[in-house]
Design a protein around this ligand. Structure first.
Ligand code: 6PG
Length: 245
């Protein structure tokens, strides 16, 4: 867990570490399989990756995936793909065939999920689960991550890598497509980016109440622990003993 003064500093630190992971992955395996987060927190990270950190990444060896998507066309403001398209994809020399968008506009949603699962399985044929190099995640104020919401039976999914889910009524776009824990937790590395005091209660529940039932507390990479990039507003009152700055 690392606490930074603000979202800018948090995003820069995450960009620096992501560049290192990308370099290692490309050196060792010839590609960097990166899962992008949705929501608004990662916007600055994506801008930095397209900007001053862009020259440090072998974009031709990068493959982009998404942790979740809202069931809207990719050109709508609510689309997680649109955020990445505007801030990152349109600004870097990433081959179009390396951009693996969730076709969340497909009807019915379960067909969109099945289509994405087929795409992932074609990337990791005969594998029991995908092996992403890095999964980027956000944290909802209710402790959700990707589109894995508290109390949803999808939290117990043991077979599918991708599922169609319904977000709680409070959310503007309820129909979503999400990676399951099976797909997320098989990653080599997982980064949470969390900014803003609205996240304080969820962060406490996840980081300080062991075994809390919140979805974000059930995220574990294949080896080790998730890395948390927090700003001071979100990390307020967190015990520094957890190795924060
Ligand atoms: C989504 C995201 C979701 C997001 C959190 C935090 O599709 O909304 O995948 O899990 O990461 O809700 O969102 P903010 O970054 O906007 O606070």
């Amino acid at each position: 867990m690392e606490v930074f003064s603000d979202l800018e500093a948090l995003s820069r630190a995450a960009a620096e570490r992501l560049v290192q992971l990308a370099r290692t992955a490309v050196t060792e395996r010839g590609r960097f399989d990166l899962v992008l987060a949705g929501g608004s927190t990662p916007r600055r990270l994506y801008e930095l990756l397209a900007g001053e950190y862009g020259d440090n990444i072998a974009w031709h060896q990068v493959h982009l995936f998404w942790g979740d998507e809202r069931c809207v066309p990719p050109d709508r403001p609510q689309s997680n793909f649109k955020l990445a398209q505007e801030t990152l994809i349109s600004r870097v020399p990433l081959p179009a065939e390396n951009v693996h968008r969730i076709p969340a506009e497909l009807e019915p949603p379960r067909e969109a999920a099945a289509a994405y699962e087929r795409l992932l399985r074609s990337h990791w044929p005969q594998a029991a689960w995908p092996a992403f190099d890095l999964v980027l995640l956000g944290l909802g104020a209710d402790g959700h991550t990707a589109s894995l919401f508290p109390g949803d039976p999808v939290l117990e999914e043991q077979e599918s890598w991708v599922r169609a889910v319904l977000a709680p009524p409070a959310y503007e776009i309820r129909q979503r497509i999400t990676l399951t824990f099976l797909a997320i937790n098989s990653a080599r590395a997982i980064y949470f980016l969390v900014s803003g005091e609205v996240k304080v209660p969820a962060l406490h529940a996840v980081l300080e109440q062991n075994g809390s039932a919140l979805p974000a507390s059930r995220v574990r990479p294949a080896e080790g622990e998730p890395r948390w990039f927090l700003d001071e507003a979100a990390a307020e009152r967190l015990q520094r003993a957890q190795g924060g700055r």
